[in-house]
Design a protein around this ligand. Structure first.
Ligand code: PMP
Length: 346
């Protein structure tokens, strides 16, 4: 691992050590100091580089994986991209089972990174043999020397953030962090980061961001899995219709829900006010900050860290497309106010 003069042995040496960037304009209405952990600076443009590299290296250490073996996962998103990237460098085959809901762009991106992509029907139940879960399981059973990453139920997903994201934030804030705000999908990011930070200072408040249409917030509050909470929503990577074991509910103080519409506008506002081109869930995390700020939850001495999980380029045909935004009704009259605010902050 040579890091001298910014010369690296390969792209994987650049995973992690992402910058913490002060937010100056978008948070100006609120008391406190706000910093974004900008995970788009990872070489695969998202926080999932950390778990892909960590999980694969742990499997290598345990002798489960040797070059030529196969990595399997069910995802069309950031985790798939990161696993494909790590597989190229380390010499593994990478198989990703995705649903037919995944856009052609996403599938092409994974193929470009050398992955074999199995496209499975989207509208079948999880236990149907054609579902992407079952296809991945079957491939794992059939292929000798394969590892199924299974990020929602893999403790190593949490550990990756415990050993990297948490210590980085503690060091970058010189131990001054008072609040951590992060989206929860698998829950790996928030759980691992929060566990490390709370070991340093148990008074740090940890706030998870959840979507309307997801069961996570209610489960945190009641320990009840309520199917009535489930309905379709647009933000990808946030919230869930099941309870992932990678979410450590005890390390999270509270969850806050955000809408698809406000999160989309807020992501666009981050770009226009801070010059940071980040993804949909970064908008969701920032939207949570706005809701908390409007409730007067922050003091002027607070040091609030917000995790921005990925890069905006992955959302060009969604939140950064005016056509898509208007098709969703996100430019309708209710938003006149929000759009005015964006103009104001510019
Ligand atoms: N944002 C995006 C864009 C993601 O892909 C994910 C992962 N599903 C998250 C946020 C949430 O991270 P985690 O899975 O670690 O909770």
């Amino acid at each position: 691992m040579k890091h001298k003069n910014q010369v690296f042995d390969n792209v994987l040496d650049l995973v992690g050590k992402t910058p913490l960037i002060k937010l100056n304009k978008i948070t100006s209405p609120f008391k406190g100091n706000f910093y974004a952990k900008v995970e788009a600076f990872n070489p695969g443009h998202s926080s999932k580089d950390r778990i892909a590299l960590y999980i694969i290296e742990q499997a290598e250490k345990q002798g489960i994986l040797t070059p030529g073996d196969t990595i399997i996962e069910t995802t069309s998103g950031n985790t798939g991209f990161s696993l494909a990237m790590v597989s190229i460098i380390k010499g593994y085959d990478c198989i990703l089972a995705v649903t037919s809901k995944s856009s052609a762009d996403k599938i092409d991106m994974l193929k470009t990174m050398g992955a074999k992509v199995y496209v499975c029907p989207a509208h079948v139940s999880a236990d149907d043999p054609r579902s992407y879960y079952e296809v991945a399981k079957r491939l794992h059973q059939e292929i000798k020397g394969s590892v199924y990453i299974n990020q929602y139920f893999n403790q190593l997903n949490v550990d990756a953030h415990y050993y990297s994201t948490g210590p980085e934030i503690w060091k970058q804030t010189e131990g001054k962090i008072t609040h951590l705000v992060a989206c929860s999908g698998t829950g790996g990011t928030i759980s691992g980061t929060a566990k490390y930070l709370k070991e340093q200072n148990p008074n740090i408040k940890v706030i998870g961001v959840d979507a309307f249409g997801s069961v996570i917030k209610k489960y945190h509050e009641t320990k009840e899995f309520d199917e009535k909470e489930i309905y379709p929503y647009r933000i990808e990577g946030l919230g869930k219709n099941l309870i992932p074991s990678a979410t450590d509910f005890d390390t999270i103080d509270e969850f806050i829900k955000v809408t698809d519409e406000e999160s989309a506008h807020t992501a666009r506002m981050i770009a226009k006010s801070e010059g940071l081109f980040v993804g949909y869930t970064s908008g969701a995390a920032m939207q949570a900050i706005k809701q908390l700020g409007e409730e007067g939850r922050f003091k002027s001495t607070d040091c609030v860290v917000i995790i921005f999980p990925d890069h905006g380029s992955r959302y060009m045909s969604k939140i950064y497309s005016d056509k898509w935004m208007s098709e969703q009704g996100f430019f309708d009259s209710v938003n006149a106010e929000a759009i005015k605010k964006i103009e104001y902050i510019k």
